[in-house]
Design a protein around this ligand. Structure first.
Ligand code: ATP
Ligand code: MG
Length: 282
């Protein structure tokens, strides 16, 4: 059975999509069977996997509205080594259309049950909001991976995400837990980033992944070639970090059968006290 993870953070532009496609490619590279689901109407994860969102006839939209199964709607990202359940602008309409429907938070979950045995990992790229689309992702998942930059305001808003995860855990999905925080776009030359990174580790302990993803221009260039960085330039530092992250995840995760039982309620995550700099010390 597949382990199902959402990549979520309601902050925009923190690296969710970059993480999803590169982790998918990294997991495929280390021999895992992967389905990547794009839950964002922007369709960046779809395009970034080399699938033209404008040419897709069936997408995750059809799956949510139950006019197609996952098996019918998925496509193979040949160069990337994983399957894609793609998205395009049509998905923005699903949000409105689903409001009146029953089981609206659980539509993805129901659909995924049919293909769970075909994959080792299912990764869901969430939009930068805590919308019904994100909720469908959270209801389907065993866990959440939270990419974040080591910046002063990075933890702002994390409380909202954690509260949402706690509510989903209490009311809709007893399996859900926070798998970990992933430090991304890290630049060790910036002292503040180092400080925030160390504080994150001290405060959240093993909820922070060991692997750190550096800021690396090759990761930013790759989407314009329709490829994850891991495939576009495997030798780049950022790509190597994502393969290491895939290995860390495979190593740390228990089998999905062990994750299927109810998880304890996520512990509250309060931002650590990031010390204000004294301007006079500059
Ligand atoms: P949104 O909230 O809009 O969905 P997102 O959280 O999915 O955004 P991305 O699209 O993955 O964020 O990344 C935002 C930008 O940062 C992109 O231009 C991406 O190429 C760039 N980027 C992400 N990670 C890195 C990195 N490690 N090094 C350099 N650039 C990066
Ligand atoms: Mg994105």
């Amino acid at each position: 059975m597949a382990k199902i993870f959402c990549v979520a953070n309601q902050k925009g532009g923190v690296g969710k999509t970059t993480t999803t496609v590169n982790l998918a490619a990294g997991l495929a590279k280390v021999g895992q069977r992967v389905l990547m689901i794009d839950m964002d109407p922007q369709g960046n994860a779809t395009m970034g996997s080399g699938i033209d969102k404008r040419e897709l006839e069936t997408t995750v939209y059809d799956v949510l509205l139950e006019s197609a199964s996952v098996a019918e709607a998925r496509v193979r990202a040949e160069k990337c080594g994983y399957d894609v359940l793609g998205a395009n602008r049509e998905l923005a309409g699903a949000e409105v259309e689903m409001v009146a429907l029953d089981r609206r938070e659980k539509r993805l979950r129901t659909a995924l049950a049919a293909v769970g045995a075909e994959y080792d990992f299912i990764l869901i790229d969430c939009p930068p909001s805590l919308s019904l689309l994100t909720l469908n992702g959270l209801c389907s998942a065993h866990g959440v991976i939270v990419p974040m930059q080591c910046e002063y305001f990075a933890l702002e808003g994390l409380t909202d995400l954690v509260n949402t995860i706690k509510q989903v855990h209490a009311n809709l999905n007893k399996n859900l837990q926070i798998i970990g925080l992933l430090r991304i776009m890290f630049d060790p030359r910036i002292t503040l980033q180092q400080q925030v990174s160390e504080q994150l580790k001290a405060h959240f302990g093993d909820k922070v992944f060991d692997t750190v993803i550096p800021r690396n221009v090759r990761l930013a260039e790759a989407p314009s070639y329709g490829l994850p960085g891991v495939i576009f330039d495997p030798a780049a530092r950022g790509s190597q970090a994502f393969v290491a992250f895939a290995e860390e995840l495979v190593q740390k995760m228990p089998p999905a059968s062990a994750m299927a039982g109810a998880a304890p309620a996520p512990a509250p995550i309060e931002p650590p006290p990031v010390a204000m700099q004294d301007p006079s010390s500059l």
